[in-house]
Design a protein around this ligand. Structure first.
Ligand code: 5AD
Ligand code: SF4
Length: 464
């Protein structure tokens, strides 16, 4: 979601005449997108801000967006006076207003906008920057903050030039989260669930197809909680949930490949697997975060699924003739997680045979219910559980991936490999990274690749 936000902000600014550059050292404005799901995100941000000042020996305008911006708001100005503006997760459509508020072509202190809060006194200084029209302007003296709601006419599209790939595009279908898992900051940083109308999603997919995109990822914190307020775009598409109807509607556009993430286990209905089975272009990959193998821990996490119900969904995925790859997220060391709870997680990983798993050490997030619980699994214990689970998953994965040896996968060639100058890198429909010898002319095409080797996090093969 964060990459997708950055792409949309770049799209908006470019359409208004700003030049988007990846190298922050020569930028007039540096925008830092932040994520606070894990780790000490705020600390990382302050280090980054400090580094920008030290490294460049001058002060570009610094703006902060993303979860940390939304959660910390104007306290960021006190903690890092170099930050000029703060844009919340739903205010990114107004990023140019934030930039304009910092620059003023008369050099006078411009009026404080409705949303602007005042700055600490010590930030009374000026600097110089270049506006999109080339004018050199004095920096305005207020700090600017916008934590407001999304504009009704917010444009979700991403311009071709701003996408991370020419051939793969993210399409947000739902934002926010209503689930409030006790460890998670997302419902606070991203707000309540809001689904985009299917008609708008279809329109975007059709535009992307015209631009040469071959694979779309329908994204959201919980894609299967998709519940638009209008039927527009879903008419004529059957399914037991709006999400499976949307999958069928997007499949009907004829785009070559469709992937989706993330699925919330409780709402992952068999009809989703049926839709995948019906449509060639719905890819054979499901990301189904389990978080823990212990019912007791799942309950305290408020995940709303049990191990039994989760296993039934996994069984359905596994029994599909479409050979659907299954991946997950797991947290180790949640407050109160006992050795026995952890053993159950190990057992579950062995049962599910995940194609890959993202394993995280629990990290307390201020403001979440779990933050109030005693973080009583020591750091050393978290690390040892993390290492053990990684080892178990690696073994499971190696065994599981053997089934691809000698098989032919359809791989979208996306780029030249960074590790070898004769290889091309891409993804299979089951979302494996696949490298194979090939030329630049293959990029953007789908190749039939016969798998010859399994590496730790990728497959290797040759075009057949
Ligand atoms: N600590 C550790 N991992 C977390 N995740 C979310 N919140 C936390 C936390 N507080 C993980 C979950 C989620 C993934 C995106 O990040 O596994 O599925
Ligand atoms: Fe966080 Fe739970 Fe929502 Fe996922 S479903 S974003 S883990 S609250």
């Amino acid at each position: 979601m964060n990459v997708s936000d950055s792409e949309r902000v770049a799209t908006k600014l470019a359409s208004e005449g700003y030049e988007i550059i990846r190298d922050a050292s020569s930028a007039d404005v540096v925008l830092i997108n932040t994520c606070s799901v894990r780790e000490k995100a705020e600390q990382k941000l302050f280090t980054q801000v400090g580094r920008i000042r030290q490294k460049y020996g001058r002060e570009p305008v610094i703006g902060v967006m993303g979860c940390v911006a939304q959660l910390e708001g104007d306290t960021l100005f006190q903690r890092a006076p170099s930050i000029d503006f703060v844009i919340g997760t739903k205010a990114i459509g107004r990023v140019s207003e934030a930039i304009e508020s910092v620059f003023d072509d008369t050099g006078r202190k411009a009026s404080v906008s409705e949303r602007a809060s005042t700055m600490p006194d010590d930030a009374n200084r000026s600097a110089w920057g270049t506006l999109p029209n080339g004018r050199v302007s004095a920096r305005r003296f207020e700090k600017y903050i916008d934590l407001g709601e999304r504009d009704i006419d917010y444009d979700w599209a991403v311009a071709e030039r701003q996408r991370h790939s020419k051939y793969v595009a993210f399409v947000p279908i739902i934002e926010g989260c209503n689930k409030f898992c006790t460890y998670c900051i997302v419902p606070f940083s991203r707000g309540r669930e809001r689904s985009l109308p299917a008609a708008e999603i279809i329109r975007q997919v059709l535009t992307l197809m015209r631009e040469g995109v071959r694979e779309v990822h329908l994204i959201g914190q919980n894609v299967n909680s998709y519940r638009p307020t209008t039927e527009a775009g879903l008419e004529g598409f059957a399914g037991t949930t709006p999400f499976s109807r949307l999958l069928r509607a997007v499949a009907a556009t004829g785009i070559e490949r469709i992937k989706f993430t993330t699925s919330f286990p409780r709402d992952f209905k068999p009809d989703i697997v049926e839709a995948i089975e019906e449509h060639e272009n719905l890819c054979n990959w499901v990301h189904l975060p389990v978080q823990s193998g212990s019912d007791r821990v799942l309950k305290v996490m408020r995940r709303l699924h049990t191990i039994d119900s989760y296993k039934k969904k996994v069984d359905r995925v596994r029994s599909s003739p479409k050979d659907i790859a299954l991946t997950t997220d797991i947290i180790v060391g949640f407050p109160g997680e006992t050795e026995e709870d952890f053993r159950q997680t190990v057992e579950l990983v062995e049962y599910c045979g995940y194609d890959s798993a993202y394993i995280f050490k629990y990290s307390p997030r201020p403001g979440t219910p779990a933050y109030e619980m005693k973080d009583n699994v020591s750091a050393a214990e978290k690390t040892s559980r993390f290492i053990e689970l990684e080892r178990v998953q690696r073994d499971v994965q190696n065994r599981r991936l053997q089934r691809y040896i000698g098989k032919t996968l359809k791989v979208l060639a996306e780029r030249e490999s960074t590790k070898s100058n004769i290889d091309i890198s891409g993804h299979s429909t089951c979302h494996k990274v696949v490298n194979f010898p090939g030329g630049r002319d293959m990029i953007g095409t789908v190749q039939q690749v016969r798998i010859t080797e399994i590496k730790s996090n990728s497959l290797y093969g040759e075009v057949c």
